[in-house]
Design a protein around this ligand. Structure first.
Ligand SMILES: [Zn+2]
Length: 123
């Protein structure tokens, strides 16, 4: 995720920014697999990422991995790096279509939705 202080893109599992050391916001350990399990995203959903003005399409798998061309990537960050050839915050770079809303959002939108669901359940 991007550091709130310096905008440096950190791997999702980091608790602190690798560049400036600021604490990173908690993601609740949400993975793409969790989003599929919660029904927020579906296996087979198209994920798009923009590269030099074009949308590149990959496919979300049931186990939360990302299939792009002939390879499978473990998560949003690995997939984004593979496609773009540079690091970016995979949770913001990738977009997926929200079937009920009929428009696409960054993956972080779905992650927030799941975190909200979880909060609701624990109260
Ligand atoms: Zn930072």
């Amino acid at each position: 995720m991007l550091c709130q202080q310096c905008a440096y893109p950190n791997p999702d599992e980091n608790n602190f920014c690798g560049n400036c050391g600021a604490p990173l916001p908690k993601t609740g350990g949400v993975t793409l697999k969790d989003l599929v399990a919660a029904g927020l995203l579906k296996a087979g959903d198209e994920l798009t990422i923009s590269l030099r003005g074009k949308d590149i399409t990959a496919v979300l798998l049931a186990d939360g991995k990302i299939r792009y061309q002939d390879k499978t990537y473990d998560g949003p960050l690995a997939g984004a790096i593979a496609v773009r050839g540079q690091t970016c915050d995979g949770w913001f770079c990738w977009k997926a279509v929200d079937h009920t809303a009929g428009r696409s959002y960054g993956l972080s939108h779905y992650r927030s939705a799941l975190l909200k669901q979880r909060e609701g359940k624990s109260q």
